[in-house]
Write a new protein. Structure first.
Length: 428
């Protein structure tokens, strides 16, 4: 029971902040930014995660006007949603969509807008959505939660095959600006995305009062859970949630304890690293936040959704099935693999001793490599029509390695259009 409460109290405490010894009232110190980074019914889980987190923040006593929500908001009312107008984050759970106040929808959910909201740029957000931003100062604790897809060194925002990306260098530039402007007391970030560790490993400065916990290491996928049979969809199922996200949120749901003692962020981490089994939960940044004892002796949990919103057992598709993570190897994927092999060979033509490292290295990133990386990605997406071929996103790993190693990319860029054209023509 104590380990279970460690997660709850650590997260609650980071908002309430009694151990920080500030004179301000707790409700004046907390800001929350919640972002769902995808669109489409096949990404149901990300919007369900964010809706669930919204109700949890309200349950912690955080006022709605201190929570900013960015969500494409196309899933609940999608005609393929088995439960029209509702979202569920677990089987036979409660409708988490009801009551969520969304500030930014559709194309307004973008990397530039998310950074402007985070750093409180009201001028930039004027006329967009509600225009609300995080209006913090050096006394405020900011919690940022993102649930969506990721690539090496980036978070995908709603788009076709990750066409819109918030890159790590842009995120860290914003964090540095906020630190220099003294726009926060501390920032805690929970990131649910594949390769989310790559956003922070070797990049996040330890003296910025920023603490990040990620669903996966720099070279790992994060995984969905609670898969419901949906044969009408491409994947054959709807995933109601993500493993990392549902684990920390469900433990908060379960906690109804009053007058609990002090726990540390490291306690949360230890709980999650064993509860999450399909990836490795990681933490980065200012570990002085991790070693802080965060508590509030008068804290009470309130359940976030009324029983009337409960998903009734009589409704269809409430029984979970195994989530299928295996990629089907067919003639089409063989063509893609041939293209990626040709590109990798061309990239390392003058560096044969680096060929294995480029293909399988998963090297730690650095902030200096992003100009090269983004240029390669832009050309790759254009020449190889990545918007139409999701499988090709796997090559981002090799592009990142090429830039970390500072290989000359002129030959690759010169030959890329012809290689892509030749191999993709084999699909016809």
């Amino acid at each position: 029971m104590e380990q279970l409460l460690a997660l709850l109290v650590g997260l609650c405490g980071m908002f309430i902040g009694t151990s920080y010894q500030r004179s301000l009232e707790p409700t004046n110190r907390r800001w929350v930014l919640l972002i769902a980074g995808s669109k489409g019914i096949d990404n149901y889980r990300h919007q369900a995660d964010v809706c669930h987190s919204y109700h949890l923040m309200i349950a912690q006593g955080i006022q709605a006007d201190r929570i900013v929500v960015m969500m494409y908001d196309d899933v609940a009312n999608d005609k393929q949603n088995p439960w029209p107008g509702k979202l569920f984050n677990k089987p036979n759970g409660t409708d988490v969509y009801a009551g969520v106040k969304i500030d930014y929808r559709g194309k307004d959910v973008s990397p530039p807008n998310s950074l402007n909201v985070l750093k409180g740029n009201k001028t930039a957000m004027k006329g967009i959505g509600t225009g609300r931003v995080i209006e913090s100062d050096d006394s405020n604790i900011i919690f940022v939660y993102f649930s969506g897809h990721g690539v090496r060194g980036g978070l995908c925002f709603p788009s076709d095959n990750c066409a819109s990306v918030l890159y790590a260098d842009e995120l860290h530039r914003t964090l540095n600006e906020m630190s220099e402007a003294q726009n926060y007391y501390s920032i805690i970030m929970y990131i649910e995305a594949c390769f989310s560790g790559a956003l922070f490993e070797n990049l996040l400065k330890t003296n910025r009062s920023v603490f990040a916990m990620t669903a996966a290491a720099r070279d790992e996928y994060s995984y969905p859970v609670y898969c419901i049979d949906a044969p009408h969809l491409p994947g054959g199922y709807i995933a109601l949630g993500d493993e990392f996200s549902t684990r920390w949120m469900e433990r908060m749901d379960q906690a109804t304890y009053e007058g609990v003692g002090a726990f540390e962020f490291f306690d949360q981490y230890q709980e999650l690293r064993t509860a999450v089994r399909l990836s490795h939960v990681e933490m980065y940044g200012d570990f002085s936040i991790g070693t802080s004892a965060l508590s509030d002796n008068n804290f009470v949990i309130r359940r976030h959704s009324p029983e009337k919103n409960t998903l009734q057992p009589s409704q269809p598709n409430t029984t979970t099935i195994p989530c299928n993570f295996e990629e089907i190897q067919d003639e089409e994927t063989k063509v893609y693999d041939g293209l990626l092999e040709a590109l990798s060979t061309k990239a390392t033509f003058d560096y044969p001793h680096y060929r294995a490292t480029v293909k399988r290295g998963n090297l730690p990133l650095n902030l200096n490599m992003f100009s090269c990386y983004k240029n390669l990605i832009a050309n790759f997406r254009h020449d190889c029509k990545v918007d139409e071929h999701e499988y090709l996103l796997d090559f981002y790993d090799e592009l990142a390695n090429i830039c970390v190693l500072e290989l000359n990319t002129s030959m690759l860029l010169r030959e890329m259009p012809a290689l892509c054209s030749f191999h993709l023509a084999l699909l016809n």
